[in-house]
Design a protein around this ligand. Structure first.
Ligand SMILES: NC(=O)c1ccc[n+]([C@@H]2O[C@H](COP(=O)([O-])OP(=O)(O)OC[C@H]3O[C@@H](n4cnc5c(N)ncnc54)[C@H](OP(=O)(O)O)[C@@H]3O)[C@@H](O)[C@H]2O)c1
Length: 330
């Protein structure tokens, strides 16, 4: 089968499309013929071996796992022993667990994956749309519901609303009954309004922390403002949830601003300061699958690339301005 593999850390040039052995499902696993996979910042950290702190898991000098890609959607082509809930021909989507040994990855024609980490694809969404959901959708859900304890009627600000996680966060916050302010670049305002945002702030024109508004919940994908500035616009009993930041620090990458948030969680008084570390829970993917089936959640795909051009998909992600998700079609 064809798969994207890499044997050293580096720029997208390290990615090669190669013929490798087709995996065989083991007990508790399924073999999925991948039809689409989506790209996440996690794939770019893995490819570059940056931030270095991640190499503690992925391999110090070279990658322990040579495949790449986490999210996928496809068709079950084989089942291992002990798998009763899925059959050959089922259309599914899911995620490869974040382990760093004995796994196959999703930028490939086939993937061997735990049956517990896939769910049935709703028939009203395409493979590409389903592949766009897992990590970004679950992160948005975890940040709003578990870390943010979102409540109907709250005023929520989503910073980085136009990206992979952001487009799901805006829709889910509306689903939970909040009033949503989306911070994004001007060109994404129309789409985010369509997805339910009540108010748009173009971050190139306006600093959201300079307003005289207070938010019950801030979900921050970009850490573009310091926690001290965010504190000003957070309600007395409000919650700030850190999700991510640009990869500017070679050792800690997006994790650096997280330490300020952890510090605030100790000193923040009545305000709550939380960091999202998305656990892999099949129930959350099931929750999102139901919203997709009911037409209440819309995946947004910015660009699609064939498997052979997977390196270009990561190059585009690295520019940092994708609108929703980038998908690799297999
Ligand atoms: N904690 C976790 O469990 C977890 C899980 C998944 C992802 N993450 C992290 O979350 C972050 C976002 O992931 P993603 O998949 O959404 O990335 P993405 O698809 O690259 O989206 C980032 C978005 O931020 C926007 N942006 C850039 N600068 C901005 C600014 N100053 N103000 C507001 N928006 C700005 C960009 O679009 P425009 O500039 O064009 O508006 C882009 O759409 C990453 O750091 C990722 O590593 C964390």
């Amino acid at each position: 089968m064809k798969a994207i593999v890499f044997y050293e850390y580096g720029a997208p040039e390290v990615l090669q499309v190669q013929e490798i052995e087709k995996p065989v499902p083991r007990a508790g696993e399924v073999l999925v013929r991948v039809r689409a996979a989506s790209v996440n910042p996690a794939d770019h950290y893995l490819m570059r071996g940056r931030p270095y702190v991640f190499r503690m898991m992925s391999g110090w000098t070279r990658p322990k796992v040579n495949g790449i890609g986490q999210d996928f959607a496809g068709v079950v082509e084989g089942v291992g022993s002990g798998v009763d809930a899925l059959r050959t021909g089922d259309e599914v989507f899911g995620e490869v667990a974040g382990q760093f040994s004995d796994v196959t990855r999703s930028f490939a024609e086939y993937i061997r994956v735990s049956a517990a980490s896939v769910v049935t694809k709703p028939s009203n969404v395409s493979f590409a749309e389903a592949a766009a959901v897992p990590l970004a959708g679950r992160t948005a859900l975890h940040a709003l519901r578990d870390c943010g304890r979102i409540q109907p009627g709250q005023h929520v600000l989503i910073n980085g609303a136009g990206g992979g996680v952001g487009v799901f966060a805006v829709q889910l916050a509306k689903h939970f009954g909040a009033t949503v302010t989306a911070v994004c670049s001007e060109s994404k305002g129309g789409l985010l309004r369509e997805l339910g945002a009540d108010r748009i702030i173009d971050y190139r024109q306006q600093d959201f922390t300079a307003e005289r508004v207070s938010y019950d919940l801030i979900v921050d994908m970009v850490s573009s403002q310091s926690v001290r500035r965010c504190r000003r616009v957070l309600a007395t009993h409000g919650t700030y949830v850190w999700v991510g930041a640009p990869d500017t620090d070679r050792w800690l990458g997006p994790l650096r601003p997280m330490f300020a948030v952890l510090w605030m969680s100790v000193l923040g008084g009545r305000q709550r300061w939380r960091c999202a570390a998305t656990p892999q829970l099949p129930d959350d993917l099931m929750f999102l699958a139901r919203l997709l089936a009911d037409g209440k959640l819309r995946p947004v795909i910015d660009r699609r690339y064939p498997l052979e051009h997977g390196a270009d998909a990561i190059r585009y992600l690295e520019q940092g301005h994708a609108c929703g998700k980038i998908v690799i079609e297999v």
